[in-house]
Design a protein around this ligand. Structure first.
Ligand SMILES: Cc1cc2nc3c(=O)[nH]c(=O)nc-3n(C[C@H](O)[C@H](O)[C@H](O)COP(=O)(O)O)c2cc1C
Length: 346
């Protein structure tokens, strides 16, 4: 029984199917962080290709929070109109749209001065400035303001990036956080900024808007964040109003120390769902429609985030549906003339 093409309701949002385009930074924005026609066509192609939701690539909450100078931003009102077109296009074609908010922390290449929980460099990057408490408070406010702009832009859902070695994950991980104040040491302290950001965002967005967290379930390197700690953080975040955990792992240090195989991160998501009864999504090397369907149909996860397979084939979702014998409504009905019997005469 295929569940991949069944809708899912979270708060006020109903996603028409369980396939989400995973956030993927395309390095296509100008230095002003605004979205271009290329962004609209890039996301629009996957929307026409049948995904239930597109989750944007990382969108920086401040200029110094960009991974690169070609990142999108939501640190000022002038950046709203560009990305609003993506949400509008999704809605016009029956899909949903989410924004992934992030601060790159010590992995920013956008400027000379980079910031992090502690003055510990990532690989051969420059030594970051260890954030002062008042600077942390400023960043929390940047998240609040960016979240409010995302809602004004018409997005249905927000995702907070707490993985892949960017700022919020850096705070969680003892590898990047050796602070001795209220933001370091115990997992409760290391997670403090994440709790503050989630509280600020929930306060800034309507009750009906779901909040997802892309959470690193573990660092996969000795001395890093453990699954037990991540599960505790998630349990607190559920109480704070997080609706779904999009589970990833690794990248607090360069390279990936784990083993990669189809759906290699799904067990983490399933264990979190079992432990907390919370909605989860998996991501990572899910490129076969049968596997994607199995992951949701077996109850392991609620959504499947598909990354590179959707870069290779914008119509991945339509192809998956066809394989499952399901006719998704075509955004351009005339396309059906390419799949039925060949009609000559024009
Ligand atoms: C080009 C590219 C850009 C990415 N950018 C982001 C990003 O902006 N935010 C994020 O959380 N993950 C990012 N990722 C990771 C993907 O969202 C996804 O987790 C990863 O590629 C594994 O899924 P896949 O095997 O389906 O591609 C990126 C991956 C790729 C290939």
């Amino acid at each position: 029984m295929s569940v991949l093409f069944e809708p899912l309701t979270i708060r006020g949002m109903t996603v028409p199917n369980r396939v989400v385009m995973s956030p993927m930074l395309m390095y296509m924005a100008g230095p002003d962080g605004t979205a271009t026609d290329l962004h609209l066509v890039h996301y629009g192609a996957r929307i026409l290709g049948g995904v239930g939701m597109v989750m944007t690539e990382v969108i920086a909450v401040s200029p110094d929070g960009r991974i690169s100078t070609s990142d999108l931003g939501l640190w000022e009102d002038g950046q709203i109109a560009g990305i609003a077109r993506i949400a509008e296009f999704a809605h016009a074609h029956g899909a949903k749209a989410g924004v992934q908010l992030a601060h790159a922390g010590r992995k920013s290449t956008a400027q000379e001065r980079i910031v992090a929980p502690s003055a510990l460099p990532y690989s051969d990057f420059s030594v970051p400035h260890a954030l002062e408490p008042d600077e942390i408070a400023r960043i929390v406010e940047d998240y609040r303001a960016a979240a409010e702009r995302a809602v004004r832009a018409g997005f249905d859902c927000l995702e907070l990036h707490v993985a892949h070695g960017y700022l919020l994950h850096e705070f969680l991980s003892p590898i990047a956080n050796t602070r001795e104040d209220d933001y370091g040491g115990s997992i409760a302290n290391r997670a403090r900024i994440v709790f503050e950001v989630v509280a600020a965002i929930r306060d800034a967005i309507p009750e009906s808007v779901p909040l997802f967290v892309r959470l690193s379930a573990e660092d996969v390197v000795p001395g890093g964040l453990t699954e037990e700690e991540a599960t505790w953080v998630a349990s607190r975040l559920v109480d704070a109003g997080v609706d779904l955990f999009d589970i990833s792992t690794g990248n607090i240090t360069p390279g990936y120390a784990g083993t990669v195989y189809p759906a290699y991160q799904a067990d983490h998501a399933r264990r979190l769902k079992d432990a907390l009864g919370v909605a989860t999504a998996t991501v990572g090397s899910v490129s076969s429609p049968e596997l994607a369907d199995y992951l949701v149909s077996s109850g392991a996860v609620d959504l499947v985030f598909v990354g590179r397979a959707l870069l290779r084939d914008p119509h991945w979702t339509l192809h998956a549906a066809k394989q499952a014998g399901i006719d998704l409504p075509l955004a351009i009905p005339t396309y059906a003339r390419a799949t039925g019997p060949y009609e000559r005469g024009f």
